[in-house]
Design a protein around this ligand. Structure first.
Ligand SMILES: Cc1cc2nc3c(=O)[nH]c(=O)nc-3n(C[C@H](O)[C@H](O)[C@H](O)COP(=O)(O)OP(=O)(O)OC[C@H]3O[C@@H](n4cnc5c(N)ncnc54)[C@H](O)[C@@H]3O)c2cc1C
Length: 321
């Protein structure tokens, strides 16, 4: 048995959620007495890829053909399937992302593999291969026995803590044969927001709801986010009203986040919003209504006016630095 982990690159750097996937795969490899191999697709320096060794990988396959420079779920799925076959991998780990959801499903179909997404913790290997996955937009869990000879697991952020050790992985080129069928849909160009922290990758998210009263009142929230090095998010009505950009909309119909700390400012805590935040490690809700539903889901609650609380929090964060 060997373990293969796909890592996503962002401007040549391995994403943090992918380092968690490496740590997750390495932990299974340790239990099974086998090795963890990483697959990286796209441009990156060998030294960056070798750093996956610090999270437990022994080898990195680097597929760096020019036609793979832009994300393409079909072609990437073929590369992943080829790597699984070359390595004889029986367990494949993918971090949570739109790209990985799409390529994982395609690779599973190519390989006849079992696939389980939304996995929240390490598998139970005491009796077969069982995993716990999040269902009903995070409101419940299911335990799934994975029986296929090849098992593909899509893991959620925070399924494991990625702690860097001191190792370095061997980086080897990987050039599987790809056909025209892998490129029937081709990304011609990509425009990515620059200078902003990615909501799905951020360790801290500060998020605002209708209680922030209007776009002209967002500065106290932005100040707190800046002092904490946090990404900013919002509730659905806030983005519907164009107070904040749509890519900040969090919830059932928006982005799902799983930071270490989620600070909700003037958000009621409707079930559709909670569906996007309930994988956060610690939730702090600030609301002037002590009966606001968010307080039931929060680890810490501050009953008060956001325009009073936010500047005081920012001041306290700055002073603590
Ligand atoms: C099918 C469907 C899908 C949906 N998907 C989503 C989704 O993905 N994400 C999402 O967010 N919503 C979603 N919604 C909407 C959701 O049901 C709620 O209506 C929405 O989350 C409420 O947003 P809010 O909390 O910002 O606003 P409100 O419900 O208006 O709440 C504002 C809160 O701010 C507090 N407040 C007001 N002033 C202050 C102040 N000065 N200081 C402190 N607190 C203050 C109030 O006490 C209140 O709790 C969906 C709804 C449906 C039907």
């Amino acid at each position: 048995m060997s373990i293969l982990i796909f890592v996503e690159l962002d401007n040549g750097s391995i994403k943090k959620t992918s380092l968690e996937a490496v740590a997750y795969g390495a932990e299974i490899a340790k239990v099974k007495g086998t090795t963890a191999t990483v697959l990286a697709i796209g441009n990156a320096e060998a030294s960056e890829l070798a750093s996956a060794g610090a999270y437990g990988a022994s080898k990195v396959l680097h597929a760096n053909a020019s036609e793979l420079a832009t994300e393409n779920a079909m072609a990437y799925a073929s590369v992943l399937a080829a790597a699984v076959q070359q390595e004889g991998a029986e367990v494949v780990i993918l971090p949570k992302s739109g790209l990985c959801d799409s390529m994982g499903a395609r690779a599973a179909a190519k390989l006849g593999a079992s696939i389980v997404s939304g996995v929240t913790e390490l598998p139970d290997l005491t009796d077969g291969f069982k995993v716990k996955r999040s269902i009903y937009t995070g409101k419940a869990f299911a335990t799934v026995a994975v029986k296929g000879a090849i098992k593909i697991l899509g893991i959620k952020k925070n399924a494991i803590e990625a702690i860097a050790g001191s190792g370095s992985a061997e980086v080897v080129g990987f050039s599987p044969a790809l056909g025209g069928g892998d490129f029937v849909a081709k990304v011609i160009s990509q425009e990515k927001a620059s200078g902003e922290l990615s909501l799905t990758e951020a360790d801290i998210v500060v998020s605002g709801g209708r209680g922030m009263k209007g776009p002209e009142h967002w500065q106290p929230l932005l100040d707190l986010a800046q002092s904490l090095g946090a990404a900013t998010g919002c509730s659905k009505p806030v983005s519907d009203l164009d107070w904040r950009p749509h890519h900040e909309h969090i919830g059932q119909t928006g982005i799902k986040v799983a930071p270490n700390l989620y600070i909700a400012c003037g958000i009621s805590g409707a079930i559709q919003h909670l569906a996007g935040v309930n994988s956060s490690k610690v939730i702090v809700a600030i609301n002037k209504d002590p009966e606001a539903p968010f307080f039931k889901a929060a680890d810490y609650g501050i009953v008060g006016d956001v325009f009073d609380i936010l500047p005081r929090l920012t001041k306290a964060v700055k002073e603590s630095k």
